[in-house]
Design a binder for this molecule. Structure first.
Ligand SMILES: [Cu+2]
Length: 693
C-alpha cells in the first residue's frame, strides 16, 4: 500500500526538525491510497487547540466529525459514522465504554500524544479491519524509536498550549530512552478548559478535563521484534451538551502487545493482542440543570471489558504480496441507570451484553499487467452477540415497562451473523502524470449492541444525538453494502489533483423508524409526561450514498503553496418513500495558502460549508445554513528544537453551527435553547510552544 505522509508542518521545517533528533514533535495525517502526490502537502502549522485526534479529520477529503462534546468527536466518512467506521488506535479496535459513544476511539489519545492519523481514501482494504463498511482509519500514539547503534539515547518533547475561546490549557511531556535493541517511552498529558464561547454567549456545559499517560517498551533481536504499550485515560467532568448526560468520569486503559517474526524474503508473521478495561459514570444533574427542572435525577454507570487477538502472515506469491489473517475480539458491556435521590430506582440499560467477532481473511496485492495493479481480498466474519435478561424498578408501577421487559427477556437474545466481505480494486498508471483507479467492494456490518439490545425507549444510541428515543430489535439483519469507486490522480508541474467519485448501495441499512401504538410509546409518554414524538425502532431499510471528494494542491511562484479539498455526499433512503439519511455533512471546501521559510511559516485557511437542506425526516433533523470561516496560523522556530505556534481560528467570529454537530439537550443555558443547534466555537486565539530534545 503506497502512502504519502501529510505533515501538519511544512516540508522545509520537517527537515530542519528531523535533522537534529528523532522528530517526535509533529503530528501527521496519512492519507492512504495515493501514489502520485508530492510529499509535502502542508495543512496548517500545528495547533494544539485541537482537543482530540478526530479534529484532524476535517482536513481529510470526504471525512468529517460528528461532535457531541469537546472530547466527543465521532468519526464520519462519506456520510457514514460511528460503528460503521473501523477506527483503530495503536492497531487495535477497542471498544467504547459509553453506550452513547461519549468516548469514541479517536478521543482516547489526546492530540498532544498522537503521532499520526491514517485514513484510507475510497474503499477500505479488506485487511484493514473486521467491519469496514463505512471506511477505516487508525491513530498511533507517540512511541519511542530504535536508535542506530547500541548506545542509549535520550529524547523528549514538552509542549504547552493555551486557547482563548475556552480558557483551555494543555500540557504534555514525552520522553524516550532507546538504543538499537531496546526502547522505552513514557508520556503524560493534561488538558483542562472551560465552556467555550461563541458570538452570543457560551455553550454550557462544554468544559473538559482529562489526564492521560502512556508507557511503552520495545525490543528486537535477530528476526524477532516485540512491542508493549499501555495507555491510560482519566477523563473528569466534561460536557456533552448534545447528549442527555455529561461525563463525570471515564477511567481505564488499554494494554497491547505486538510481536513480529521476520522470516526473510518478504515473509513475516505479525501477532497482536490487546486487553481493555474501562469504567464510566455520567449524569444529568452535575453540569446542567435538567434534573432540577424535571425532578428526574439520573446517573448511568457503565463498563466495558474487551480483548482481541490477531495473527497475520505475509508472503510473496504470483508476483504480488499475500496476507492471510486470523482475527477476533470480544467485548462485554454493562450499563445501569440509577437515581441518586431514590435508592430504589434502577434501569438495566444494558445487562451482560456480549459482542464477539471471529474473522479470517486473505488479501493479495500485485501487478497483473503493464502499469496495472490489482488489490483483492475476501473476508469471512462470524459475529456472536448475546445479552442477559433485564429489569427495572419501574416495572412494578408501570405495566407497559413490565411488558417491554418480559418480551425482551423472552426474545431470542443470542444472535449469530455470518458476514462476507470482498473487494477488487484496479489501479492503472496511464502515464507518469496520470493514474486511474476503479474499485468494487461488498462490505457487511452487524448491528451494534445498542441497535439490538436497547429494550426501554431511551437515547442510548451510540451518539446519534438526535434527541429521539429508540428501541432496538434483536432480529436485525447485517447491513450489506455494494460499493463502486472511481478515482483519478493527476500530478504535473506543481499541480496535484485527485478527484474520486463513489456510489454505495446499502441493503438492510439500520436506522430508526417511527413505531405507533405500542407499549414503547406508552412508556415514552409516561416518562415525559404526555405529548412527545414517537419512539423510533432500529429497523433494516435500504439506502444509497453517493458523491465525490477532491484533494488538490498547487505550488505557486516563490515559496507560496495553495492546497485544499472539496467534499460532497448525498445519502438517501430508497425503500418506502423518499427520505434523506441523517447527519450528512453538506458540500464543503477548504483551501489554504501557505508561505514558508526555513524557520517560520504563515498560512491562511478558508473553510466554506453550504447549507444542508437534504435532511432526514424520520427523526426530524433540522436544516442548517451555510457559512464561511477564515483562519490564520503561523509558526516560528527561534532556536533549534523550539517551536512556537500562534493562530486565530474563526478570525471573523462568525456565529454558525456545524451540520454534523447536533442539537442542545442541556437545560438551563440562557444562551442556547434546548433543541436548538449547538453553535460552534467563536473566534479562538491560540498559542502553543513545544521543545524537543
Ligand atoms: Cu456516557
Amino acid at each position: 500500500m503506497k502512502h504519502v505522509k501529510l505533515s501538519l508542518l511544512s516540508a522545509a521545517m520537517m527537515t530542519a526538525v528531523s535533522a537534529q533528533a528523532a522528530d517526535y514533535s509533529h503530528q501527521t495525517i496519512i492519507v492512504e491510497g495515493s501514489s502520485l502526490r508530492p510529499g509535502e502537502f502542508g495543512i496548517a502549522p500545528d495547533s494544539s487547540a485541537l482537543k482530540d485526534t478526530a479534529a484532524l479529520l476535517k482536513r481529510v477529503p470526504g471525512a468529517n466529525i460528528n461532535r457531541n462534546g469537546p472530547l466527543t468527536g465521532i468519526a464520519s466518512y462519506r456520510g457514514q459514522f460511528g460503528h460503521r467506521i473501523n477506527t483503530e488506535v495503536d492497531g487495535v479496535s477497542w471498544k467504547e465504554v459509553g453506550p452513547n459513544s461519549m468516548d469514541p476511539p479517536l478521543s482516547h489519545i489526546p492530540a498532544a500524544l498522537t503521532d499520526n492519523l491514517s485514513v484510507y481514501r475510497g474503499i477500505a482494504p479488506i485487511s484493514s479491519g473486521i467491519e469496514t463498511i463505512g471506511g477505516s482509519m487508525s491513530a498511533e500514539s507517540r512511541k519511542s524509536r530504535f536508535a542506530d547503534n547500541d548506545e542509549f539515547e535520550h529524547h523528549g518533547l514538552a509542549s504547552l498550549g493555551y486557547s482563548d475561546v475556552d480558557a483551555g490549557v494543555s500540557s504534555s511531556l514525552f520522553t524516550s530512552y532507546a538504543n538499537n535493541q531496546h526502547r522505552f517511552h513514557a508520556s503524560l498529558s493534561q488538558e483542562q478548559g472551560d465552556h467555550y464561547e461563541f458570538d452570543g454567549g457560551a455553550v454550557k456545559p462544554s468544559q473538559y478535563d482529562r489526564d492521560a499517560y502512556t508507557l511503552g517498551y520495545g525490543t528486537r533481536t535477530g528476526a524477532h521484534e516485540l512491542a508493549l504499550n499501555y495507555s491510560n485515560n482519566d477523563t473528569g467532568h466534561t460536557g456533552s451538551s448534545s447528549l442527555p448526560m455529561d461525563i463525570m468520569w471515564v477511567r481505564g486503559g488499554v494494554l497491547s502487545a505486538d510481536y513480529t517474526l521476520n522470516l526473510g524474503s518478504d515473509r513475516s508473521l505479525d501477532v497482536s493482542y490487546y486487553y481493555q478495561d474501562m469504567r464510566h459514570l455520567m449524569n444529568n444533574f452535575s453540569l446542567r440543570s435538567n434534573a432540577a427542572m424535571m425532578n428526574m435525577y439520573r446517573q448511568n454507570k457503565t463498563s466495558v471489558d474487551g480483548a482481541g487477538l490477531s495473527a497475520v502472515y505475509h508472503m510473496p506469491i504470483s508476483g504480488g504480496g499475500l496476507a492471510l489473517g486470523l482475527e477476533g475480539d470480544q467485548s462485554n458491556h454493562d450499563a445501569k441507570i440509577t437515581d441518586p435521590t431514590n435508592g430504589m430506582f434502577y434501569v438495566d440499560n444494558f445487562n451482560g451484553v456480549e459482542r464477539d467477532r471471529y474473522s479470517l481473511f486473505a488479501e493479495w496485492v500485485g501487478d497483473i499487467g503493464n502499469d496495472l495493479e490489482l488489490e483483492t481480498g475476501l473476508r469471512y466474519t462470524r459475529v456472536e452477540m448475546d445479552a442477559a435478561s433485564v429489569d427495572s424498578s419501574m416495572a412494578g408501577m408501570m405495566p407497559p415497562v413490565a411488558s417491554l421487559r418480559d418480551s425482551f427477556n423472552a426474545s431470542e437474545l443470542s444472535q449469530t451473523d455470518h458476514n462476507w466481505d470482498f473487494d477488487a480494486i484496479l489501479r492503472h498508471a496511464v502515464s507518469d502524470e496520470l493514474s486511474l483507479e476503479l474499485g468494487f467492494a461488498r462490505k457487511m456490518r452487524s448491528a451494534s449492541y445498542q441497535e439490538r439490545y436497547l429494550w426501554l425507549p431511551l437515547e442510548s444510541t451510540g451518539g446519534l444525538a438526535d434527541g429521539r428515543v429508540y428501541v432496538g430489535d434483536v432480529n436485525l439483519d447485517s447491513e450489506v453494502a455494494y460499493q463502486f469507486e472511481l478515482g483519478l490522480e493527476y500530478a504535473a508541474g506543481g499541480l496535484y489533483v485527485a478527484p474520486r467519485a463513489f456510489y454505495h448501495r446499502v441493503n438492510d441499512y439500520i436506522q430508526g423508524e417511527a413505531i405507533t401504538g405500542t407499549g414503547a410509546n406508552m412508556v415514552r409518554g409516561m416518562m415525559t409526561g404526555g405529548a412527545s414524538t414517537a419512539v423510533l425502532q432500529f429497523t433494516n431499510v435500504d439506502a444509497e450514498l453517493y458523491g465525490m471528494d477532491v484533494e488538490w494542491g498547487y505550488d505557486l511562484v516563490g515559496d507560496f503553496r495553495l492546497d485544499g479539498t472539496v467534499s460532497y455526499v448525498r445519502g438517501r433512503r430508497i425503500d418506502g418513500g423518499s427520505d434523506n439519511l441523517y447527519r450528512i455533512a453538506p458540500l464543503n471546501t477548504r483551501a489554504q495558502l501557505t508561505y514558508e521559510q526555513t524557520d517560520w511559516s504563515l498560512a491562511t485557511e478558508v473553510e466554506a460549508y453550504s447549507a444542508q437542506n437534504d435532511v432526514a425526516a424520520y427523526n426530524g433533523e433540522q436544516k442548517t445554513g451555510g457559512y464561511g470561516l477564515l483562519h490564520v496560523r503561523g509558526e516560528i522556530q527561534p532556536i533549534a528544537g523550539l517551536n512556537i505556534g500562534l493562530g486565530v481560528e474563526n478570525l471573523l467570529d462568525k456565529n454558525y453551527a456545524d451540520h454534523t454537530s447536533a442539537i442542545n439537550r442541556a437545560m438551563g443555558n440562557s444562551d442556547v435553547a434546548v433543541r436548538d443547534r449547538v453553535p460552534a466555537q467563536g473566534r479562538n486565539v491560540y498559542i502553543t510552544a513545544s521543545y524537543e530534545w
